[in-house]
Structure formats: C-alpha cells, structure tokens
Design a protein around this ligand. Structure first.
Ligand code: ZN
Ligand code: ZN
Length: 165
C-alpha cells in the first residue's frame, strides 16, 4: 500500500510504501516515525487514517482533475474549429470521442482512499470499494474544524506574544 501525506513533523509532502499491518510509518524527509493507530486495519480493510488518525475516509477516482479538464477543453476547442469549417459530422464526432474518452478513463482509473481531516491518500490497498464516497457535509465539518483550530492557534500565539512583552 502506498501512502501520500503531509508529514505532521516536518510538513513535507511525502509518499511511502507501507506494508499492511505495519506498526509505524517513517517519514522519508525528516526520518521521524508515526505510530500506526490501534485498530487501523480490520479484516484487511483500512479503518483509520494512519497519519491523523481519523476514522472518516472516502474513496475517489485517482484521477488528475487537470487532465480531465484538459481533455474536455481540447475536445471543445477542436469541435469549434470543425464547426467553423462547416464539418458538422466531425464536430459531433469530436464531441462524442471526448465524452467517450472521459467515460473510458472513469472506468480505467482506480480508486484511491482519502482522509477528510489531513488529506492523506492511500493507493494500492484491498477492500477499497467498501468505503463511502465523498460527502460534502463531512468535508465541510472538517474544514470548519481546521479553520477554528487555526484561529485558536493564532489567538494563543498572540496571547503568548503579549505575555512576553
Ligand atoms: Zn517528516
Ligand atoms: Zn488523516
């Protein structure tokens, strides 16, 4: 299994190979180790994020959004040219081919597992299909939490600066 995450110690984005059932993950950037939370693996399925260790994970297509958008934009640009050249069959052919490529990619691209809280990404693990898909409400809850945490940290830093003066 492959894990991509932002190291909580050195804040570098790293990617490591983690054997299933491993007890710890070593950060290749700073050498620090993160111990894998208890109950992270259950029946060969990842139940908790190994990094943060939230239990809320979602699956998504492991697909570069930029690539998907590029294909659509390119198809649209080409169809504009063929339309301008009075080639209606080519125009529809290009639009149809663009849609077909997107559909094929959707089925060809594997899923990857994401953590809502720390955005760690897990690839190449079994039992992915048993996980839930992205839920905007859960995402929003974690986003709000992160904002409040940052505000609290900023306020604490301000207080300690004032105390130092
Ligand atoms: Zn690190
Ligand atoms: Zn996480």
């Amino acid at each position: 299994m492959n894990v991509a995450f932002a190291c909580p110690r050195c804040e570098q984005s790293v990617r490591v190979e983690v054997p299933e059932g491993a007890a710890a993950i070593a950060c290749p950037a700073c050498g620090g180790t993160l111990s894998v939370p208890a109950g992270a693996f259950h029946d060969g399925r990842l139940e908790r994020c190994l990094v943060c260790p939230s239990e809320e994970l979602f699956i998504r297509k492991d697909f570069s959004q930029r690539l998907g958008v590029s294909i659509v934009v390119l198809g649209f640009a080409v169809s504009c040219v063929t339309w301008y050249l009075y080639l209606p069959y080519w125009t529809f052919g290009v639009l149809f081919a663009t849609a077909l490529i997107d559909v094929l990619l959707f089925f060809a691209v594997p899923n990857c597992l994401n953590c809502y809280r720390c955005d760690a990404q897990y690839r190449g693990l079994a039992g992915l299909d048993n996980h839930d898909h992205f839920n905007l409400e859960t995402h929003e809850r974690y986003r709000q939490q992160a904002i409040r945490l940052r505000e609290a940290e900023a306020a604490a830093a301000k207080r300690s600066r004032q105390a130092a003066n």
